[in-house]
Ligand binder design. Structure first.
Ligand code: PMP
Length: 290
């Protein structure tokens, strides 16, 4: 069952107008919420980010936080898998004619569904993944989780065609993020993360990783990160709600790191991976809201 504009129905019966602005213009925003053992992870943070994305595109939030929560709970209950990814999307709805300007009366399209959440293959965690890099040619509001993801799709496809898992993006000599993830750098025993701004999505997993780093006494610097610092990193990680934390062991065909650790997941990744799994377990067992 999926949710569409107040109704729960099988996905094959769910229909949206071809005049929907989400379809015509990519005029909408979305969220992806991981669910472990039927417990949504960091739901309040995801709903806050949805609110910020909606405000950013000047679309009134059609539901309050309690209504979104009830919707997510129902979608999770109805799905088969215990571990799920709940997808929420709000577009500026359909209008009578195709016109860039907003319709006078907006009737948003609200869509929610659940898909199974599979952890990344053990091989990716144990051996690491390969990445390529590219110039970040997206717009200047990458902080909004907009459905207009054409640039991200083109950028991710570069990785796929190079046999890699992610594309690391640089803008004007600085790291922004991945095509569909945030990127962390380890140098000289210290964790570096780019400062949140309009050029990257404020990742919920990014927040969790920084909290775990601080809670476990890692030295952390959140600041602009130079492209050269990424290219000369001891370790690189990518984070996202569906991939959690993964080690990047090669960039543009060159191994990440030096010496014995070159081209292999690093020691700081191993620690972070362990902390992340422990934290997830504590959330699943109800000791924390995630
Ligand atoms: N940046 C981009 C461009 C993304 O699409 C995503 C999510 N796939 C992220 C970062 C990571 O965000 P989160 O940890 O909230 O999933």
């Amino acid at each position: 069952m999926i949710y569409l504009n107040g109704e729960y129905l099988p996905i094959s019966e769910a229909k949206v107008s071809v005049m929907d602005r989400g379809f015509l213009f990519g005029d909408g925003v979305y969220e992806v919420i991981p669910v472990y053992s039927r417990k949504p992870f960091r739901l309040a943070d995801h709903l806050r980010r949805l609110d910020a994305s909606l405000a950013g595109i000047r679309l009134a939030n059609p539901l309050g936080a309690a209504e979104w929560t009830a919707l997510v709970v129902r979608i999770v209950e109805q799905a088969e898998a215990d571990d799920q990814q709940v997808y929420l999307q709000v577009t500026r709805g359909a209008s009578a004619t195709r016109n860039h300007a907003f319709p006078k009366i907006v009737s948003p399209t609200v869509f929610a569904m659940s898909e199974p959440l599979l952890p990344p293959p053990a091989e990716q965690r144990e051996q690491g993944i390969a990445a390529v890099s590219a110039a970040d040619n997206r717009w200047l509001r990458c902080d909004l989780k907009a459905t207009s993801l054409l640039a991200n799709c083109l950028l991710r496809q570069l990785a796929v065609e190079a046999g890699c898992a992610e594309t690391i993006l640089f803008r004007d000599g600085f790291l922004t993020e991945g095509a569909a993830s945030n990127i962390f750098v380890v140098r000289d025993g210290r964790l570096l993360a780019p400062l949140k701004n309009h050029l990257m999505l404020p990742g919920i997993t990014y927040d969790v990783v920084l909290e775990l780093a601080a809670g476990n006494g890692l030295e952390v610097a959140v600041r602009d990160v130079l492209e050269q610092e990424v290219r000369g990193a001891c370790e690189l990680w990518m984070t996202s709600s569906t991939k959690e934390v993964l080690p990047i062991v090669s960039l543009d065909g060159r191994p990440v790191g030096t010496g014995l650790n070159a081209g292999k997941p690093g020691p700081m990744f191993e620690k972070m991976y362990g902390w992340y799994q422990e934290f997830k377990q504590s959330v699943m067992h109800g000791e924390s809201h995630g």
